[in-house]
Design a protein around this ligand. Structure first.
Ligand SMILES: Cc1cc2nc3c(=O)[nH]c(=O)nc-3n(C[C@H](O)[C@H](O)[C@H](O)COP(=O)(O)OP(=O)(O)OC[C@H]3O[C@@H](n4cnc5c(N)ncnc54)[C@H](O)[C@@H]3O)c2cc1C
Length: 291
């Protein structure tokens, strides 16, 4: 690893000033669970690291029944996994975290670091996409909010300017009669997913029609992938086993996934079909169980 300068600012304002001063020469480090890996692999050699891990003002979970969930960017995976309010109100987030890495990584890695790393194989992004989340980003020019879907530009590339920090993830309350699920193909529990899928399904309890569906996949493209083709198969209909299978096929048909040591492109397409079908089915059952 190349030598680098280091500072640990005490608050968000100091961190943003320092990053702005450094321009493109500074890089944020939070838990270092992704940064140190790519630095050791010489994929990145920052001249200066700005360590934000100790900034406690970005470590929080807030919930309001009307406004939804707000998670500070420096909240660890483990805190999200174990949060009673998240278990009760957004159980798909706890479920996803339980399958993310090992407990040591979850104890130190932050949710903001995961999202900003921009890995298309990351688990939280697809779950936040189907939960319709927005990101709050702060820089010297002030704050901006964007839809999480628009945050991902390319492989390991996100919409952050030098001097900007992701500060918060905002998740609205789900509509009534909505079920959510996340599932991924792993060699062992906690591995990065070979393919992952997340889904939310909303049903009208009066006639069983699907009134809303959001489906997203991980590790099938250079960025996380929202499958509107799969969603369109389900919306407006009473979902049957055949429709779930058709949604899986629709998702798979629009993909040209990368190949790697864990699977060929054709294998990933097949797994995308299977995981969309299964995950949407679980989400549907959870929506129906709400009465
Ligand atoms: C063994 C292992 C297993 C893993 N398994 C999984 C898995 O199964 N699923 C999964 O999704 N992930 C997995 N990961 C990835 C892990 O979740 C992420 O590495 C971790 O969450 C990143 O958070 P961090 O705080 O360590 O970020 P860092 O590594 O410190 O930073 C990551 C990137 O985000 C930037 N950054 C960090 N915070 C901010 C911020 N607030 N604003 C702007 N930029 C910021 C940094 O500059 C850097 O580019 C695994 C990692 C390891 C080491």
């Amino acid at each position: 690893m190349k030598d680098f300068g280091y500072a640990a600012p005490k608050n968000v304002g100091e961190a943003i000033s320092l990053l702005t001063e450094l321009g493109g020469h500074g890089k944020v480090i939070a838990g270092g669970q992704s940064m140190l890996v790519i630095m050791k692999q010489n994929m990145l050699a920052p001249e200066f690291l700005v360590d934000i891990k100790g900034i406690s003002e970005l470590d929080y979970i807030k919930y309001d029944k009307k406004k939804g969930l707000n998670i500070g960017a420096l909240t660890t995976h483990r805190t999200i996994e174990r949060s009673p309010v998240i278990k009760e109100t957004y159980p798909v987030l706890s479920e996803m975290e339980d399958n993310l890495a090992v407990v040591q990584t979850r104890n130190w890695g932050t949710i903001g670091g995961n999202l900003c790393h921009g890995d298309p194989a990351g688990d939280p992004t697809v779950v936040f996409i189907v939960l319709n989340a927005r990101l709050k980003i702060r820089g010297t020019a002030g704050e901006r909010e964007i839809d999480i879907e628009d945050f991902y530009k390319d492989y390991l590339e996100v919409d952050l300017n030098p001097g900007e920090l992701l500060v918060e993830i905002q998740v609205p309350p789900p509509p009534p009669h909505t079920g959510s699920a996340h599932n991924k193909l792993m060699v062992m529990k906690g591995d990065m997913g070979i393919v992952g899928a997340a889904a939310t399904i909303t049903v009208n309890p009066a006639d069983g029609t699907c009134t809303g569906a959001r489906i997203a996949l991980s590790n099938v493209a250079s960025t996380p992938w929202r499958s509107r083709a799969a969603e369109n198969v389900l919306i407006g209909k009473v979902i049957t086993g055949e429709l779930l299978a058709e949604a899986g096929r629709a998702a798979s048909a629009e993909l040209e996934p990368p190949a790697d040591v864990h699977g060929s492109s054709a294998y990933r397409k097949e797994m995308a079909e299977l995981f969309v079908r299964r995950t949407a089915e679980t989400a549907l059952k959870r929506a129906q169980a709400q009465g």
